[in-house]
Write a protein that binds this ligand. Structure first.
Ligand SMILES: [Zn+2]
Ligand SMILES: [Zn+2]
Length: 98
């Protein structure tokens, strides 16, 4: 079994038991896969990391140095646009969150 499979197995087991998939110690928040503390922690980390990349003028996805005044490089922006288009046509019944 590879490391990734092991992580995934643990993740699925915790998810099935309704536990936080991150720490596995406490029940996950309602409708989420992580507990409130872990959600907060990962959120903070992601935010801080994005801010750091923005300050360094690097793409927030692939971390390449940016040449234009965007937070993502041209390749990542194109990829996101493509994915967004596909999502819109494939998951038309998916409720729009956020
Ligand atoms: Zn947790
Ligand atoms: Zn990029």
């Amino acid at each position: 079994m590879t490391g990734t499979e092991k992580v995934l197995e643990r993740y699925n087991k915790r998810k099935a038991e309704g536990l936080c998939t991150y720490c596995g110690k406490v029940p996950a928040a309602p409708g989420r896969t992580k507990c409130a503390a872990c959600l907060q922690r990962t959120n903070e980390y992601t935010k801080r990391y994005a801010r750091k990349l923005k300050k360094e003028r690097r793409c927030t996805i692939c971390r390449q140095p940016l040449t234009e005044w965007y937070t993502k490089c041209a390749a990542c922006r194109a990829r996101e646009a493509e994915r967004y288009k596909r999502c819109k046509t494939w998951d038309v019944n998916l409720p729009l969150t956020k």
